[in-house]
Write a protein that binds this ligand. Sequence first.
Ligand SMILES: Cc1cc2nc3c(=O)[nH]c(=O)nc-3n(C[C@H](O)[C@H](O)[C@H](O)COP(=O)(O)O)c2cc1C
Length: 368
Amino acid sequence: MRIPDAATGRASAKAADSPITMHIGPYRLQNNLFVAPMAGVTDRPFRKLCKRLGAGYAVSEMVTSRPDLQDSLKTSRRADHSGEPGPIAVQIAGTDAQMMADAARYNIDRGAQIIDINMGCPAKKVCNKWAGSALMQDEQLAIGIVEAVVAACALHGVPVTLKMRTGWCADVRNAPAIAQAAEQAGVQMLTVHGRTREQGYSGQAEHDTVALIKSRVAIPVVANGDIDSPQRAAAVLRQTGADAVMIGRAAQGRPWIFREVAHHLATGRLLPAPSLAEVRQWLIDHLHDHYDLYGEHTGVRSARKHLGWYVHGLGLPPSEVARFRARINVLTRCEEQLSAVADSFDAWSASLPALSEGRETSDWKLAA
Ligand SMILES: Cc1cc2nc3c(=O)[nH]c(=O)nc-3n(C[C@H](O)[C@H](O)[C@H](O)COP(=O)(O)O)c2cc1C
């Protein structure tokens, strides 16, 4: 994989001589384009589709370390990886070192091949319990958790990775210190979202901290935050020297962004946007897989957000998007939802020929 030069857009010859191969422990990844864990979004069906469309790696949505919740339907669905191409990576969240070690073992018993520790989630639900990015406030506790999880996983030969933010707040950007301590404790890859906990999702992600961390550790570093186009992915890789990029929100309703980024990194050029017929087929495949996991009642309802995201990016007139959403939101049966999607795409293909062929730009967000 080559990193296109900012000025010329061409892949550099030097980089072309050394294609990037990524490893996490013993696992060789297809490429260095990762799907970000997103609770309620990156479930098994979505991860599988992203991998089919070019992502080299995906981490599960976070799974609680609380044993009393491990048998809940939500947690057991999150721990079900059947049919997912490996390596299977499960993210765990919690505040207690022993409980986190137990959670790692529990997920390894259910097929996890890599365990990721969540130190990046800003959600109140997580932070009020002193988990997620709140752990970054207490480095001793954070590293205690890392050591306990690494020790539990080492017995099974399972690598441990860590995902974090740049720090707790603008004055305390302690990610570089935590990164070095985590590396010493045995963590095998670090992902850094270029915002502090205090920022939530506001402002712009900065990647200078990622570059600093990359210069201080020997393990692979993954840059994350606001990567929403092939050009941005190339720029962040260039700026940070990171080993990989991780994409979250820009993949919602656009899982083919990974093949677009891969194409750009390999050739320096942009792929045309996919045709309506391609998107129709991916979406229908996604829905079938989604219903298989959630069943009809939950599946039809939880698929609506994905449908909204897909359709938002198609460049349709806003009135058409609104009409589609209104239609979808009252349907409760799988067959009805599938038919509504198929009929709508067929109607758009017939009435909006410019969209049906795929457009010049691959940046659907700009067109929407
Ligand atoms: C809906 C949603 C759910 C998320 N859930 C998780 C999670 O479970 N674990 C985690 O580490 N990060 C979670 N994140 C953070 C993302 O993994 C990622 O770090 C963040 O969205 C920034 O990347 P992006 O700009 O590419 O979206 C979540 C983000 C969103 C938008």
